[in-house]
Design a protein around this ligand. Sequence first.
Ligand code: PGA
Length: 248
Amino acid sequence: MRQHYIAGNWKMNKTKGEAVELARGLVAALKGGKNKYMIAPPFTALDAVSQVVRGSNIRLGAQNMSTDESGAHTGEVSALMLKDLGVQTVILGHSERRHIYKEDDAAVNKKVRLALKHGFEVILCVGELLAEREAGKAEAVCEAQTRKGLEGVAEAELKNVVIAYEPVWAIGTGKTATPEDAEAIHKFTRGIVASLYGKQAADSIIIQYGGSMKAENAAALLAQNDIDGGLIGGAALKADTFVPICSA
Ligand code: PGA
């Protein structure tokens, strides 16, 4: 039985003070919770939030990471810097990185391998655009992003990999995939993992759903066989909306 894993991606929101306040509320509210939890504040609040979540059952996540360990990469943040702040998980290949900042599969893969090398847990995001879904290409897009994202990742490292299926058309739009549509892609993606690493690895890997997940739809999504958690954006910005998902 896979544990449910609920993660909050705060995106480009929260000043340091606001982040600390939310993190404090979550530490108190999720204490003793039976699922696995993570929050990913913006880089500028990682240090402060790190002090708040230390020793709690909430993991500290980063929303991105550089392809390189150090050097002339203006504006980038490296694995070593994240480790230094106590970051345990990195979200990689988020659709906003792929589509707004033009990160391709090769860059995402380089980050995945570097993060795993440094012992981070990786949340690898995959998902199709609306036009791709309408053209019947949802599976093909998720397959390509999964295969390319995991290229060169050893079977032994897969225990530190989580996949998040995030249909781009459902992110921040209020449109959620139906539980059945999401389940179909989750099951398909688990099959891809099985073809790469075998059934046992596929049965163990956590596949989160992301895209307008909220308290009202979380239970139905999480009730699906292959949906093992959520990567939450908008609803992760307030304890009042995030905590009910965590206990759904
Ligand atoms: P959303 O974002 O919950 O606001 O749709 C999800 C995500 O982008 O991770």
